[in-house]
Design a protein around this ligand. Structure first.
Ligand code: RB5
Length: 149
């Protein structure tokens, strides 16, 4: 599985910790920026990441081979921007219950977090839970997702 990750300045340092953790787990990680903690605009990186994921879905005709992680100060702006892109279901999660539920029920393909909200220890557990939880594929969840996708 490939994981694409992006941040603004507010999420930059947590993003680096997540990248190190994921590479340590053997994942292919693609960082779309930003490249420092200098002030920037989070929608730039949300768009880069969601375009890359939507492109992978189109190219491979397979959904959810690629997952995304977006980190800003709160995670809120990133989730709002990401959810504007067709094919993207971005979920703002700061706990493992939500991260598990949104993969099982919503088949979320982007995890959003706020580095000013969550510490690195819990953030890495949320990331692992999100990545390791498969979509349930239950008919009711497929039906509900199709009602807004
Ligand atoms: C940047 O100050 C902050 O607004 C941004 O990181 C994010 O929290 C927006 O939702």
């Amino acid at each position: 599985m490939k994981i694409i990750i992006g941040s603004d300045h507010g999420g930059y340092h947590l993003k680096l910790e997540i990248i190190e953790h994921l590479k340590g787990r053997g994942f292919e990680v693609v960082d779309v920026g930003s490249d420092s903690d200098e002030s920037t605009d989070y929608p730039i990186y949300a768009k880069k990441l969601t375009d890359a994921i939507a492109g992978d879905i189109t190219a491979n005709n397979v959904d959810y081979e690629t997952l995304g992680i977006l980190v800003c100060g709160t995670g809120i702006g990133m989730s709002m921007a990401a959810n504007k892109v067709e094919g993207i279901r971005a979920a703002l999660c700061h706990d493992t219950f939500s991260a598990e539920a949104t993969r099982e029920h919503n088949n979320a393909n982007v995890l959003c977090m706020g580095a000013r909200v969550i510490g690195p220890g819990l953030a890495l557990k949320v990331v692992d839970t999100f990545i390791d939880t498969p979509f349930s594929k239950d008919e009711r969840h497929v039906r509900r997702i199709s009602m807004y996708s």
